[in-house]
Design a protein around this ligand. Structure first.
Ligand code: GLU
Ligand code: MG
Length: 461
């Protein structure tokens, strides 16, 4: 966040929260309401707070009615960012409060804060960084080629990817150079530290690596980065998608979560051989075990859209195999040991199944809680997998304890709904509202062809 923002530079404040469908919702306040944004906040209906699906259909749960009831969205001014000097538009993440002034049990940002506090009680400080993957399209043209979409008058339009490869090439960079450089400058201006960006494999795809931060700031940064990237794309006449499968048959968009943990300043993931397993510290191994143990039940929190499960396939580097391995891009948890001599600073875990359809506060809360639980239980990790699990036979995978994730959103939601662990960590109100919201999406889109789902949700995250 560009914390040096002067109040006088702000013309309006966008108070935004990410809802349970993974959509960033917003209320915009004029300058004179800036102070009250962080005290009284803004009125938000239960529906906008928690109950809209990605297609704006409403769910209902025992604790939350879509029609009757409001919450307050209180802007966290300490995390505010000015988006650009010319417009004077600022952005701030909101915490959702009940009308009696208590934190709302379905506020996802507060849920993450609680997990971070639990970690502090265990003398652990997590650092989180994201790989933000997206697909950039040129302005829509009628007919021609490209991914189909529908404009506001219902005419079929075509969206052409803005790059055509090769992966990681200077040619692809040059196709989106003005956007890319504009994005870098705008992210820096907004106070989002970027380590690097590159044209990824697959038409139109770019990846921005966001620097590690404390967990809450990292997720705020991710939410802010998506707003910034969407604005810069629009300013360049482009459209951007963070959907897991923006174009069926093309490479997919993940949103990998990088995670490390420090106790008394020491990175618990790094431990020099021979004690460490492949350089992974004892508590690091427990974190791996904790994350893997809860992954099948919690996968709906890491993406949770119909397309998330179209992405989680072998040979896509999405980490669809429930196992871990040093440097292994086909495992759900990749251990990144870091360069020789730099392990203490660099060693981290990459949780690959996460994607841009998630509510990232919930995704990170679920991952950190599982890691913390692994440490508390002194959980034992399985043996590392050092080959592509897709090259093993089914029997070999079974022998090594390698599982596949639930195959679709419906199954994943059943697992989450009956997960005592996630109910304990997140609370029943939040889990029930999340499952209801995503179940709505499953009912609306689960029976459609992936192309139709991609068309419906491509530009909604
Ligand atoms: N696009 C891949 C995914 O869906 C990840 C590719 C990469 O490792 O950068 O997760
Ligand atoms: Mg990557």
């Amino acid at each position: 966040m560009n914390r040096a923002v002067r109040f006088d530079d702000i013309r309006a404040l966008a108070v935004s929260h990410i809802d349970l469908a993974g959509v960033a919702r917003v209320r915009v306040l004029p300058h004179r309401r800036l102070l009250s944004a962080s005290t009284h906040g803004v009125t938000i209906s239960n529906s906008v707070g928690f109950l809209f699906s990605v297609d704006d259909h409403l769910s209902r749960t025992p604790a939350l009615d879509p029609v009757v009831g409001d919450v307050r969205g209180i802007a966290d001014i300490s995390s505010m960012a000015l988006l650009d000097a010319e417009s004077g538009l600022a952005w701030a993440p909101a915490d959702l409060y009940a009308l009696d002034g208590t934190v709302h049990p379905a506020c996802t940002r507060s849920a993450l804060r609680r997990v971070v506090d639990d970690a502090q009680d265990a003398r652990l400080t997590f650092s989180v960084g994201f790989e933000l993957e997206c697909t950039v399209f040129r302005a829509p043209v009628p007919a021609a080629w490209g991914a189909a979409g529908t404009d506001e008058v219902g005419e079929t339009m075509r969206y052409l990817p803005a790059t055509s490869g090769p992966a990681s090439s200077t040619r692809a960079l040059i196709e989106v150079e003005a956007f890319g450089l504009g994005a870098l400058a705008a992210l820096e201006f907004a106070g989002v530290p970027v380590e690097q960006f590159h044209p990824a494999s697959g038409d139109g795809r770019l990846e921005f690596a966001l620097a590690p931060r404390d967990a809450l700031t990292a997720v705020d940064d991710l939410a802010l980065a998506r707003v910034v990237l969407t604005r810069v794309a629009q300013a360049h006449g482009l459209r951007i998608s963070f959907a897991p499968v923006p174009i069926v048959g093309e490479a997919t968009n993940g949103c990998h979560v990088h995670l490390s943990a420090r106790r008394e300043g020491r990175n618990v993931l790094a431990e020099p051989a021979p004690r460490g397993r492949h350089g992974l510290g004892v508590d690091g191994g427990r974190m791996v075990a904790g994350i893997l143990d809860r992954l099948d039940d919690g996968i709906a929190l890491l993406g949770g859209s119909v397309l998330s499960f179209a992405r989680l396939r072998p040979a896509s580097w999405s980490g669809a195999a429930v196992c871990w391995g040093p440097g292994n891009r086909e495992t759900a948890v990749r251990f990144v040991p870091g360069q020789a001599g730099m392990a203490a600073e660099q060693a981290n875990l990459e949780i690959r199944p996460a994607d841009g359809a998630a509510n990232p506060y919930l995704a990170v809360a679920a991952i950190l809680a599982a890691a913390l639980d692994g440490i508390t239980r002194e959980a034992v990790p399985p043996k590392p997998v050092t080959v592509d699990p897709g090259t093993l036979t089914a029997a070999q995978r079974r022998a090594r304890g390698i599982r596949s994730l639930p195959a679709d959103l419906g199954t994943a939601l059943d697992r989450l709904a009956s997960s005592g662990f996630h109910r304990r960590v997140l609370g029943d109100v939040l889990v029930d509202a999340y499952v209801a919201t995503r179940r709505n999406e499953w009912e609306a889109f689960g029976g459609l062809a992936p192309e139709a789902v991609a068309e419906a949700v491509r530009f909604r995250y």
